[in-house]
Design a protein around this ligand. Structure first.
Ligand code: HEC
Length: 144
């Protein structure tokens, strides 16, 4: 028996679509694609998955470990997200402000983290030597 050409080709034909279908689908997909691309852009704010960008000098790592900053902060993908990520803190704060925040955390709250003000320990000036504090501040200030 001969295959019925007509019915076969009509089975392969695309299903009829209501007019405007493609335009509507685009209207949904385009803003989504924009959001995804924007979120993945590398020039925006620090992202949670940000890859390590810089080698932190070992003497700075030692200070950060001694002070346990990464109990509450992220630096190059290490630490936790309680407070703001420190990856680009030098772009937000001057070195004077960074020093002030470490020595006297109550002096000003981090923008967007006002509800967590008071969480940062207040005894870093006693726990760190003058040199350790300088090293830490200099390093964070140049993280931009
Ligand atoms: C117990 C948790 C905790 C520890 C430990 C801690 N911080 Fe924080 N830190 C916070 C929180 C929460 C904030 C945001 C609220 C605020 O501004 O007080 C903050 C804010 C900051 C800011 C301001 C950031 C900005 O974007 O404005 C800096 C700078 C900072 N911390 C540096 C440090 C450094 C350096 C250390 C280690 C010497 C450290 N912190 C240790 C919790 C902590």
């Amino acid at each position: 028996m001969k295959p019925l050409r007509r019915s076969r080709s009509s089975a392969l034909a695309p299903a009829p679509r209501p007019p405007g279908h493609t335009a509507r689908a685009l209207a949904v997909v385009a803003p989504l694609a924009f959001l995804v691309l924007t979120a993945c852009g590398s020039d925006g704010d620090p992202q949670p998955e940000e890859e390590p960008r810089a080698e932190t000098p070992t003497e700075v790592v030692a200070v950060i470990e001694k002070a346990e900053c990464l109990d509450c902060h992220i630096l190059d993908g290490r630490g936790t997200y309680e407070g703001p990520a420190l990856n680009r803190v030098g772009a937000r704060l001057s070195s004077d402000q960074i020093r002030r925040k470490i020595v006297n955390p109550a002096s000003f709250p981090a923008a967007g983290y006002e509800n967590l003000a008071g969480r940062m320990p207040t005894d870093f000036e006693e726990r760190l030597t003058r040199e350790e504090l300088d090293r830490l501040v200099d390093y964070l200030a140049q993280r931009q």
